[in-house]
Design a binder for this molecule. Structure first.
Ligand code: NAD
Length: 391
Protein backbone atom coordinates (compact mmCIF):
# COMPACT_ATOMS: atom_id res chain seq x y z
CA UNK A 1 0.00 0.00 0.00
CA UNK A 2 1.24 3.50 -0.83
CA UNK A 3 0.80 6.63 1.28
CA UNK A 4 -1.98 8.95 0.10
CA UNK A 5 0.58 11.64 -0.69
CA UNK A 6 4.35 11.89 -0.82
CA UNK A 7 7.00 13.88 -2.62
CA UNK A 8 10.62 13.24 -3.43
CA UNK A 9 12.91 16.18 -4.16
CA UNK A 10 16.60 15.40 -4.24
CA UNK A 11 18.40 18.08 -6.25
CA UNK A 12 21.86 17.93 -4.59
CA UNK A 13 24.50 16.57 -6.95
CA UNK A 14 26.47 13.86 -5.12
CA UNK A 15 29.95 12.96 -6.34
CA UNK A 16 31.98 10.17 -4.75
CA UNK A 17 35.63 9.19 -5.09
CA UNK A 18 38.72 8.45 -3.04
CA UNK A 19 40.82 11.65 -3.16
CA UNK A 20 38.14 13.65 -5.01
CA UNK A 21 38.20 16.48 -2.43
CA UNK A 22 41.62 17.47 -3.80
CA UNK A 23 40.13 18.27 -7.19
CA UNK A 24 36.47 18.75 -8.00
CA UNK A 25 36.87 21.88 -10.13
CA UNK A 26 34.80 20.42 -12.94
CA UNK A 27 31.83 20.13 -10.58
CA UNK A 28 32.06 23.82 -9.68
CA UNK A 29 31.91 24.99 -13.31
CA UNK A 30 28.18 24.48 -13.40
CA UNK A 31 27.68 26.96 -10.51
CA UNK A 32 29.33 29.70 -12.58
CA UNK A 33 31.03 31.57 -9.71
CA UNK A 34 34.69 31.98 -8.78
CA UNK A 35 34.76 33.41 -5.23
CA UNK A 36 34.16 31.04 -2.31
CA UNK A 37 34.32 31.41 1.48
CA UNK A 38 35.39 28.25 3.38
CA UNK A 39 33.72 27.21 6.66
CA UNK A 40 35.34 24.53 8.81
CA UNK A 41 36.62 23.95 12.35
CA UNK A 42 39.98 24.02 14.13
CA UNK A 43 40.28 20.22 14.48
CA UNK A 44 39.72 19.67 10.78
CA UNK A 45 42.11 22.48 9.92
CA UNK A 46 44.81 21.06 12.22
CA UNK A 47 44.45 17.70 10.46
CA UNK A 48 45.40 19.41 7.18
CA UNK A 49 42.00 18.71 5.59
CA UNK A 50 41.18 22.37 4.88
CA UNK A 51 44.57 22.92 3.25
CA UNK A 52 44.11 19.83 1.07
CA UNK A 53 40.83 21.17 -0.36
CA UNK A 54 42.04 24.78 -0.55
CA UNK A 55 45.18 23.88 -2.50
CA UNK A 56 43.15 22.00 -5.11
CA UNK A 57 40.75 24.92 -5.47
CA UNK A 58 43.47 27.56 -5.81
CA UNK A 59 45.37 25.41 -8.33
CA UNK A 60 42.14 25.29 -10.32
CA UNK A 61 41.82 29.09 -10.36
CA UNK A 62 39.14 29.47 -7.65
CA UNK A 63 39.48 32.51 -5.37
CA UNK A 64 39.12 31.85 -1.62
CA UNK A 65 37.81 35.06 -0.03
CA UNK A 66 38.28 33.90 3.57
CA UNK A 67 38.21 30.97 5.98
CA UNK A 68 36.14 30.65 9.18
CA UNK A 69 37.37 27.97 11.61
CA UNK A 70 35.55 28.79 14.86
CA UNK A 71 32.70 26.29 14.60
CA UNK A 72 32.22 24.35 17.88
CA UNK A 73 30.55 20.93 18.08
CA UNK A 74 26.76 21.58 18.17
CA UNK A 75 27.16 24.98 16.56
CA UNK A 76 25.59 28.03 18.17
CA UNK A 77 23.61 31.10 17.09
CA UNK A 78 26.49 33.45 17.91
CA UNK A 79 28.85 31.33 15.77
CA UNK A 80 26.52 31.65 12.79
CA UNK A 81 26.27 35.44 13.24
CA UNK A 82 30.01 35.92 13.32
CA UNK A 83 30.57 33.53 10.39
CA UNK A 84 27.94 35.34 8.30
CA UNK A 85 29.49 38.73 9.07
CA UNK A 86 32.93 37.57 7.91
CA UNK A 87 31.69 35.71 4.84
CA UNK A 88 29.56 38.64 3.69
CA UNK A 89 32.36 41.19 4.23
CA UNK A 90 34.73 38.96 2.22
CA UNK A 91 32.63 39.40 -0.91
CA UNK A 92 32.07 35.66 -1.37
CA UNK A 93 29.66 34.45 -4.04
CA UNK A 94 29.42 30.93 -2.62
CA UNK A 95 30.23 28.82 0.45
CA UNK A 96 32.26 25.64 0.86
CA UNK A 97 31.70 23.68 4.09
CA UNK A 98 34.38 21.17 5.11
CA UNK A 99 33.37 19.30 8.24
CA UNK A 100 30.84 17.35 10.22
CA UNK A 101 27.22 18.27 10.81
CA UNK A 102 28.17 21.20 13.03
CA UNK A 103 30.14 22.86 10.24
CA UNK A 104 27.64 22.00 7.50
CA UNK A 105 24.69 23.30 9.53
CA UNK A 106 26.63 26.48 10.33
CA UNK A 107 27.19 27.00 6.61
CA UNK A 108 23.48 26.50 5.85
CA UNK A 109 22.37 28.95 8.55
CA UNK A 110 25.14 31.39 7.57
CA UNK A 111 23.79 31.30 4.04
CA UNK A 112 20.36 32.39 5.34
CA UNK A 113 21.83 35.35 7.22
CA UNK A 114 24.06 36.46 4.34
CA UNK A 115 21.22 36.40 1.82
CA UNK A 116 18.28 37.43 3.98
CA UNK A 117 19.76 39.33 6.95
CA UNK A 118 17.72 39.76 10.13
CA UNK A 119 17.76 37.70 13.30
CA UNK A 120 18.30 33.97 12.81
CA UNK A 121 15.77 32.80 15.42
CA UNK A 122 13.20 35.62 15.25
CA UNK A 123 13.03 35.81 11.48
CA UNK A 124 14.08 32.42 10.14
CA UNK A 125 13.43 29.49 12.51
CA UNK A 126 10.71 27.19 11.29
CA UNK A 127 9.76 25.30 8.19
CA UNK A 128 9.80 26.40 4.53
CA UNK A 129 9.97 30.15 5.15
CA UNK A 130 12.44 30.95 2.37
CA UNK A 131 11.04 32.04 -0.97
CA UNK A 132 14.10 31.93 -3.22
CA UNK A 133 17.49 30.19 -3.57
CA UNK A 134 20.43 31.26 -1.40
CA UNK A 135 24.10 31.42 -2.47
CA UNK A 136 25.59 28.22 -3.90
CA UNK A 137 26.72 25.83 -1.15
CA UNK A 138 29.24 23.03 -1.67
CA UNK A 139 29.68 20.51 1.13
CA UNK A 140 32.51 18.09 1.90
CA UNK A 141 31.55 15.95 4.90
CA UNK A 142 34.35 14.81 7.22
CA UNK A 143 32.11 12.67 9.43
CA UNK A 144 29.80 9.91 8.22
CA UNK A 145 26.67 10.48 10.25
CA UNK A 146 24.42 13.47 9.80
CA UNK A 147 23.88 13.29 6.05
CA UNK A 148 23.43 17.06 6.31
CA UNK A 149 25.04 17.39 2.86
CA UNK A 150 21.71 16.19 1.39
CA UNK A 151 19.15 17.37 3.93
CA UNK A 152 16.80 20.33 4.07
CA UNK A 153 17.72 20.84 7.72
CA UNK A 154 20.15 22.93 9.78
CA UNK A 155 20.23 22.42 13.56
CA UNK A 156 21.74 25.24 15.63
CA UNK A 157 22.03 25.49 19.42
CA UNK A 158 20.25 28.43 21.05
CA UNK A 159 22.63 29.04 23.94
CA UNK A 160 20.22 31.39 25.74
CA UNK A 161 17.30 28.95 25.93
CA UNK A 162 19.40 25.74 25.93
CA UNK A 163 17.50 24.22 23.00
CA UNK A 164 18.51 23.08 19.54
CA UNK A 165 16.61 25.04 16.90
CA UNK A 166 15.82 23.40 13.55
CA UNK A 167 15.68 25.39 10.33
CA UNK A 168 14.04 23.38 7.56
CA UNK A 169 13.77 24.51 3.98
CA UNK A 170 14.31 23.10 0.50
CA UNK A 171 16.57 26.09 -0.21
CA UNK A 172 18.97 24.78 2.45
CA UNK A 173 19.77 21.75 0.30
CA UNK A 174 23.41 22.07 -0.80
CA UNK A 175 24.17 22.29 -4.53
CA UNK A 176 27.00 19.78 -4.50
CA UNK A 177 28.05 17.10 -1.98
CA UNK A 178 31.60 15.82 -2.40
CA UNK A 179 32.02 12.42 -0.73
CA UNK A 180 35.68 11.51 -0.25
CA UNK A 181 36.46 8.64 2.16
CA UNK A 182 39.95 10.10 2.74
CA UNK A 183 38.31 13.11 4.40
CA UNK A 184 36.83 10.86 7.10
CA UNK A 185 39.78 8.51 7.76
CA UNK A 186 41.16 10.68 10.58
CA UNK A 187 38.00 10.28 12.68
CA UNK A 188 38.93 8.55 15.95
CA UNK A 189 36.94 5.40 16.90
CA UNK A 190 34.55 7.24 19.24
CA UNK A 191 33.49 9.77 16.59
CA UNK A 192 33.32 7.06 13.91
CA UNK A 193 31.03 4.94 16.08
CA UNK A 194 28.74 7.70 17.34
CA UNK A 195 28.33 9.46 13.99
CA UNK A 196 27.73 6.09 12.30
CA UNK A 197 25.01 5.32 14.84
CA UNK A 198 23.51 8.75 14.12
CA UNK A 199 23.16 7.64 10.49
CA UNK A 200 21.56 4.34 11.57
CA UNK A 201 19.10 6.28 13.73
CA UNK A 202 18.18 8.46 10.73
CA UNK A 203 17.60 5.36 8.63
CA UNK A 204 15.46 3.56 11.17
CA UNK A 205 13.41 6.56 12.28
CA UNK A 206 12.81 7.51 8.64
CA UNK A 207 11.80 3.92 7.85
CA UNK A 208 9.13 3.76 10.56
CA UNK A 209 8.17 7.45 10.37
CA UNK A 210 4.69 8.69 9.52
CA UNK A 211 5.90 10.54 6.42
CA UNK A 212 7.44 7.43 4.84
CA UNK A 213 7.35 6.87 1.10
CA UNK A 214 8.64 4.07 -1.15
CA UNK A 215 11.63 6.34 -1.87
CA UNK A 216 12.55 7.03 1.75
CA UNK A 217 12.11 3.31 2.52
CA UNK A 218 14.60 2.20 -0.10
CA UNK A 219 17.22 4.72 1.02
CA UNK A 220 16.66 3.75 4.67
CA UNK A 221 17.01 0.01 4.00
CA UNK A 222 20.14 0.56 1.87
CA UNK A 223 21.73 2.72 4.56
CA UNK A 224 20.92 0.19 7.31
CA UNK A 225 22.54 -2.63 5.38
CA UNK A 226 25.71 -0.64 4.66
CA UNK A 227 26.02 0.45 8.30
CA UNK A 228 25.59 -3.07 9.68
CA UNK A 229 28.29 -4.30 7.28
CA UNK A 230 30.78 -1.48 7.80
CA UNK A 231 30.54 0.41 11.09
CA UNK A 232 32.68 -2.08 13.04
CA UNK A 233 35.30 -2.23 10.26
CA UNK A 234 35.50 1.59 10.02
CA UNK A 235 35.73 1.92 13.82
CA UNK A 236 38.39 -0.81 14.11
CA UNK A 237 40.56 0.42 11.29
CA UNK A 238 40.20 4.06 10.31
CA UNK A 239 42.37 3.53 7.23
CA UNK A 240 39.95 1.04 5.70
CA UNK A 241 38.84 3.35 2.90
CA UNK A 242 36.30 0.88 1.57
CA UNK A 243 34.50 0.80 4.93
CA UNK A 244 34.90 4.58 5.25
CA UNK A 245 33.40 5.04 1.79
CA UNK A 246 30.50 2.72 2.58
CA UNK A 247 29.77 4.65 5.78
CA UNK A 248 29.83 7.98 3.88
CA UNK A 249 27.39 6.61 1.33
CA UNK A 250 25.21 5.13 4.09
CA UNK A 251 25.13 8.44 5.94
CA UNK A 252 24.19 10.20 2.72
CA UNK A 253 21.41 7.70 1.95
CA UNK A 254 20.07 7.90 5.52
CA UNK A 255 20.13 11.71 5.22
CA UNK A 256 18.07 11.47 2.03
CA UNK A 257 15.64 9.11 3.78
CA UNK A 258 15.04 11.30 6.81
CA UNK A 259 15.06 14.56 4.90
CA UNK A 260 11.88 13.23 3.29
CA UNK A 261 10.35 11.07 6.01
CA UNK A 262 11.62 12.99 9.07
CA UNK A 263 12.76 11.53 12.40
CA UNK A 264 10.86 10.77 15.61
CA UNK A 265 11.09 10.30 19.35
CA UNK A 266 14.72 9.11 19.41
CA UNK A 267 15.80 12.42 17.91
CA UNK A 268 13.39 14.31 20.16
CA UNK A 269 15.07 12.75 23.23
CA UNK A 270 18.55 13.23 21.72
CA UNK A 271 17.91 16.91 21.01
CA UNK A 272 16.68 17.31 24.59
CA UNK A 273 19.77 15.78 26.24
CA UNK A 274 21.99 17.52 23.69
CA UNK A 275 20.47 20.92 24.47
CA UNK A 276 20.36 20.48 28.26
CA UNK A 277 23.50 18.42 28.93
CA UNK A 278 25.63 18.75 25.77
CA UNK A 279 25.56 15.05 24.96
CA UNK A 280 27.02 14.77 21.42
CA UNK A 281 24.21 14.15 18.94
CA UNK A 282 25.44 10.75 17.70
CA UNK A 283 26.13 9.46 21.22
CA UNK A 284 22.63 10.46 22.35
CA UNK A 285 21.01 8.78 19.33
CA UNK A 286 23.09 5.62 19.76
CA UNK A 287 22.05 5.27 23.41
CA UNK A 288 18.40 6.12 22.84
CA UNK A 289 17.69 4.27 19.56
CA UNK A 290 16.62 0.88 21.03
CA UNK A 291 14.63 2.64 23.76
CA UNK A 292 12.76 4.78 21.23
CA UNK A 293 12.02 1.65 19.19
CA UNK A 294 10.60 0.03 22.32
CA UNK A 295 8.46 3.13 22.95
CA UNK A 296 7.01 2.73 19.45
CA UNK A 297 6.98 -1.08 19.50
CA UNK A 298 3.29 -1.75 18.78
CA UNK A 299 3.12 0.82 15.95
CA UNK A 300 6.32 -0.26 14.18
CA UNK A 301 6.71 -4.01 14.73
CA UNK A 302 5.17 -5.12 11.42
CA UNK A 303 7.24 -2.70 9.38
CA UNK A 304 10.45 -3.51 11.24
CA UNK A 305 10.25 -7.07 9.88
CA UNK A 306 11.33 -5.74 6.47
CA UNK A 307 14.66 -4.69 7.98
CA UNK A 308 15.64 -8.28 8.86
CA UNK A 309 17.89 -8.91 5.82
CA UNK A 310 19.60 -5.52 6.29
CA UNK A 311 20.50 -6.32 9.91
CA UNK A 312 21.35 -9.91 8.95
CA UNK A 313 18.66 -11.58 11.07
CA UNK A 314 16.69 -14.69 10.10
CA UNK A 315 13.07 -14.11 11.13
CA UNK A 316 11.50 -16.94 9.18
CA UNK A 317 8.59 -18.40 11.14
CA UNK A 318 8.68 -15.55 13.69
CA UNK A 319 5.62 -13.60 14.81
CA UNK A 320 5.78 -9.82 14.27
CA UNK A 321 6.51 -9.41 17.99
CA UNK A 322 9.41 -11.85 17.96
CA UNK A 323 10.79 -10.55 14.67
CA UNK A 324 10.76 -6.94 15.85
CA UNK A 325 12.46 -7.99 19.10
CA UNK A 326 15.17 -9.66 17.02
CA UNK A 327 15.74 -6.45 15.04
CA UNK A 328 16.04 -4.38 18.23
CA UNK A 329 18.34 -7.03 19.71
CA UNK A 330 20.55 -6.84 16.59
CA UNK A 331 20.93 -3.09 17.15
CA UNK A 332 21.79 -3.67 20.83
CA UNK A 333 24.34 -6.28 19.77
CA UNK A 334 25.94 -3.75 17.37
CA UNK A 335 26.15 -0.98 19.99
CA UNK A 336 27.36 -3.56 22.53
CA UNK A 337 30.24 -4.46 20.21
CA UNK A 338 31.12 -0.78 19.77
CA UNK A 339 30.98 -0.39 23.56
CA UNK A 340 33.37 -3.34 24.06
CA UNK A 341 35.74 -1.60 21.65
CA UNK A 342 35.67 1.45 23.96
CA UNK A 343 34.04 3.53 21.20
CA UNK A 344 30.51 4.08 22.51
CA UNK A 345 28.61 4.69 25.76
CA UNK A 346 25.46 2.66 26.26
CA UNK A 347 23.82 4.66 29.06
CA UNK A 348 22.81 8.28 29.55
CA UNK A 349 24.58 8.28 32.94
CA UNK A 350 27.88 7.61 31.15
CA UNK A 351 27.22 10.51 28.76
CA UNK A 352 26.94 13.20 31.44
CA UNK A 353 23.16 13.28 32.00
CA UNK A 354 22.20 13.68 35.69
CA UNK A 355 19.43 11.36 36.90
CA UNK A 356 17.40 14.23 38.37
CA UNK A 357 17.57 15.97 34.97
CA UNK A 358 15.54 13.27 33.21
CA UNK A 359 12.04 14.78 33.84
CA UNK A 360 13.12 18.11 32.32
CA UNK A 361 14.66 16.23 29.38
CA UNK A 362 11.42 14.25 28.87
CA UNK A 363 9.42 17.51 28.78
CA UNK A 364 11.90 18.97 26.28
CA UNK A 365 11.56 15.84 24.12
CA UNK A 366 7.78 16.26 23.99
CA UNK A 367 8.22 19.89 22.90
CA UNK A 368 10.84 19.02 20.25
CA UNK A 369 9.65 19.20 16.63
CA UNK A 370 10.81 15.63 15.88
CA UNK A 371 8.03 14.33 18.17
CA UNK A 372 5.43 15.54 15.67
CA UNK A 373 6.54 12.90 13.19
CA UNK A 374 6.80 9.99 15.61
CA UNK A 375 4.53 7.03 14.79
CA UNK A 376 3.05 7.27 18.30
CA UNK A 377 2.15 10.38 20.32
CA UNK A 378 5.06 11.35 22.54
CA UNK A 379 3.74 11.59 26.10
CA UNK A 380 5.96 12.96 28.87
CA UNK A 381 5.45 10.33 31.61
CA UNK A 382 5.82 7.44 29.18
CA UNK A 383 8.86 8.78 27.37
CA UNK A 384 10.37 9.47 30.80
CA UNK A 385 10.05 5.77 31.63
CA UNK A 386 12.05 4.89 28.51
CA UNK A 387 14.64 7.59 29.25
CA UNK A 388 15.01 6.09 32.72
CA UNK A 389 15.56 2.70 31.07
CA UNK A 390 18.34 4.34 29.02
CA UNK A 391 19.86 5.91 32.13
P1 NAD B 1 30.48 17.41 14.61
O1 NAD B 1 30.43 18.09 13.30
O2 NAD B 1 30.00 18.17 15.81
O3 NAD B 1 31.95 16.88 14.87
C1 NAD B 1 32.25 16.19 16.07
C2 NAD B 1 33.74 16.32 16.35
O4 NAD B 1 34.44 15.58 15.37
C3 NAD B 1 34.24 17.76 16.24
O5 NAD B 1 35.15 18.00 17.29
C4 NAD B 1 34.96 17.79 14.89
O6 NAD B 1 36.01 18.72 14.87
C5 NAD B 1 35.50 16.37 14.81
N1 NAD B 1 35.72 15.88 13.45
C6 NAD B 1 34.95 16.08 12.36
N2 NAD B 1 35.49 15.45 11.31
C7 NAD B 1 36.62 14.86 11.72
C8 NAD B 1 37.63 14.08 11.08
N3 NAD B 1 37.56 13.72 9.78
N4 NAD B 1 38.69 13.65 11.83
C9 NAD B 1 38.77 13.96 13.15
N5 NAD B 1 37.85 14.69 13.80
C10 NAD B 1 36.79 15.13 13.09
O7 NAD B 1 29.68 16.02 14.57
P2 NAD B 1 28.51 15.51 13.64
O8 NAD B 1 27.92 14.37 14.37
O9 NAD B 1 28.94 15.33 12.27
O10 NAD B 1 27.45 16.72 13.65
C11 NAD B 1 26.62 16.96 14.76
C12 NAD B 1 25.74 18.17 14.52
O11 NAD B 1 24.96 17.97 13.35
C13 NAD B 1 24.76 18.40 15.66
O12 NAD B 1 24.62 19.77 15.89
C14 NAD B 1 23.48 17.81 15.14
O13 NAD B 1 22.33 18.36 15.75
C15 NAD B 1 23.58 18.17 13.67
N6 NAD B 1 22.79 17.32 12.77
C16 NAD B 1 22.30 17.90 11.65
C17 NAD B 1 21.58 17.17 10.73
C18 NAD B 1 21.06 17.83 9.49
O14 NAD B 1 20.41 17.21 8.67
N7 NAD B 1 21.32 19.09 9.29
C19 NAD B 1 21.34 15.81 10.95
C20 NAD B 1 21.85 15.24 12.10
C21 NAD B 1 22.59 15.99 13.00
Amino acid sequence: MLPEFFEFYNPTKVVYGIGIARDFRAELDVLGIEKYFIISDQVINDLGLVEKVKKGLIDAGIRITGIFLDVPPNSEIKTVSSCAEQAKASGAEGLIAIGGGSVIDTAKATNILICKGGDLIEDHSGVHLLTEPLMPLVVIPTTAGTGSEVTTVSVIYDEENKVKIPFTDKFLLPDIAVLDPEMTSSMPPKITASTGMDALTHAIEAFVGVQWSPFSDIFAIGATELIFKNIIKATENGDDLEARGAMLVASNMAGTAFSHSMVGCVHAMAHAVGGLYHVPHGVANAILLPHGMEYNFEEIKEKLMRLAPAVNEDISGCSADDAARKIIAAIRKLTGRLNEMGALSLRLRDAGVPEDGLPEAADAAVADGSSWFNPREVVAEEILTHMKNAY
